[in-house]
Design a binder for this molecule. Sequence first.
Ligand code: TRP
Length: 345
Amino acid sequence: MKDMSKPVILTGLRANNDLTLGNYFGGLLPIVDMAKNKSDEYQINLFVPDLHSFTTPIDHSDLQKQIWNNLRLFVAAGLPLDNDGVHLYRQSYVSAHSELTWVLDCFTGTGEMSRMTEFKDKTAKIGDDRVSVGLFNYPILMASDILLYNATYVPVGDDQSQHLEFTRDIAERMNNKFGELFTVPKAVKEQHAFFGKDQGLRIKDLADPTKKMSKSDESGKGVIFLSEDPEFAAGKIMRAATDDLASINYDSQNQPGISNLIEILALTTGKTKEEIISEWQGKSSYGDFKQAVADAVRAFLTDFQAKLAQVSDEAISTKLETSEAAANDIADATLLRAQKAVGLR
Ligand code: TRP
């Protein structure tokens, strides 16, 4: 990769996600902003972990479409394709990910993997014959994703911090056994200090604002998807749960619904929460307020969907070609070190 001396920030965004407003503002947009702001000082690696996307069963006739949709979402969210400091690649196009995974597999205990929360939860839910070996191995592939590029900083959600800790463990274990093979990424606490606690931004469910907006919401009333019809989405805002206090305040304890709408209005208009609060604080008409939020959500989705439709697949292909060549070079160099260490070369 371009500048070997720059520390590496790396993250993967799962391919088979129909992103919600919450995923967008809490996950995708911060990553894209980080890439834009930090690419002078850091090498930024963003990738689509397509090998991870069928550790649980999927409809394989959709996978290509989902991978491309993910790449387009990065670009529609503002990821610059002409910046050499940012690499954008698909995991399966860099074969070292699979190869290093095998090597690390052989230094990982089955007990250790059995204790991973995601694996335990799924096994408890659907039984161990229906949980794939791929899911069991998921954290090892993730460790390879990180270690191949000598990444120092890895922004991940809370649900992934256990996998990051495992990455540190396996890196240290290999380094102790074979000498300095891998860069050990920073611990979760230091990741938070580096990226800021705002990583934890969570948009809430519209129908039940005490829980997080989630794509698995069964009624569909509480969640807005980026691909959703803007008019339909505006209707969901109008029907969002609030309270009977008849006074607009940012108070997530006592007025979680109103507070969530304040958050959404700020994010979709690009204003700060403080600006929104000073505009609406103490007003009593929830109808007017919801109308303003609904208008903002409608406008945001209309604009985002137009941007998405304009994204050039050709420009993405060009970027992938350059990035994947660079990614293969650096990943192969790390893989070779590991192969030599274990005696394969
Ligand atoms: N497991 C991550 C998620 O579900 C995606 C991912 C795969 C990832 N490999 C990674 C994130 C490496 C960071 C680094 O969100």
